[in-house]
Design a protein around this ligand. Structure first.
Ligand code: 6GU
Length: 261
């Protein structure tokens, strides 16, 4: 997969040299190219912003550097990339959307700062390539850079060969599919007793059926406490008799204990 990132802060993306993504880049599995938007400015001060038409606070990113940047980055290729515009006004970036984007051969991320990018940039680009405005959550960041890091990590870890263990990507909390979406329960490793705290004995029992059931109980409990919205979206038919017992029990418990399970 090829990913181009256009930003006024290329240094913001140093983390993409580390760990799994860094290794995937070094091996040629991932081709990530960073571009400084200011290299497409022509004035002495490398200006990328201006005051908003209609008035109001803050500054807006000028269209000309963006137009030239996108023309240059997308030039000379047979393929057409998908353009991602990170913005708090976008449609929600979800695991399902990440799964779809992971199937694309070429993505371009255009990182806006200030109050956003002149809207004609997206309108112009959309005449030549698919464009999607994506938000990573209901809060406001200072710019699209950290949102782009989040999306690039979420997408690229799904690529064959990027994640160490191919199983874990499909098993995660929020892995898509038709099954009930539950967040994952607690995990443990050695030692069996640490600071007086025991690993739940069922995990040491060697009884795989009992382990699976216990894990599902824990996932249901944690989902009911932390993400009741996910359970409301799940059809009743997805729950067995034991699931309903667990949910009835946790719903009868008052207050939320954010850490304890
Ligand atoms: Cl994609 N950008 C900014 N600036 N703020 C956000 C966001 C994106 N997603 C949530 N908040």
């Amino acid at each position: 997969m090829r990913i181009d990132i256009i930003t006024i802060f290329p240094d913001y993306f140093a983390p993409l040299e580390l760990s799994l993504i860094g290794r995937a880049r070094a091996s040629g599995l991932l081709d990530i190219r960073l571009h400084d938007l200011r290299s497409w400015t022509h004035d002495r001060h490398n200006t990328v912003d201006d005051t908003p038409y209609g008035g109001g606070p803050g500054m807006v990113m000028k269209p000309e550097p963006w137009g030239e940047a996108l023309d240059t980055v997308t030039a000379g290729a047979d393929a057409v990339p998908r353009l991602v515009l990170p913005t708090p006004s976008g449609v929600p970036f979800t695991q399902q959307r990440a799964d779809r984007l992971a199937g694309e051969p070429w993505l371009v991320f255009a990182c806006g700062r200030y109050e956003g990018i002149d809207s004609r940039v997206a309108a112009d680009a959309a005449q030549r390539m698919p464009v999607e405005e994506l938000s990573i959550g209901d809060y406001v960041l200072a710019g699209g850079e950290s949102a782009t890091l989040v999306m690039v990590e979420t997408i690229t870890r799904l690529l064959p060969g990027v994640l160490g263990n191919a199983e874990s990507a499909v098993q995660d909390s929020f892995a898509s599919g038709s099954m009930a979406r539950l967040v994952e329960g607690p995990v443990y490793t050695k030692p069996p007793v640490w600071r007086g705290l025991e690993v739940p004995p069922v995990l040491l029992s060697g009884n795989h059926g009992a382990v699976d059931r216990w894990r599902r109980d824990q996932a249901l409990r944690r989902t009911a406490r932390n993400r009741p919205d996910l359970l409301r979206d799940t059809p009743d038919g997805e729950f067995d008799r034991r699931d309903r017992e667990v949910l009835t029990e946790v719903r009868g418990q008052s207050g939320t204990e954010p850490v304890a399970d």
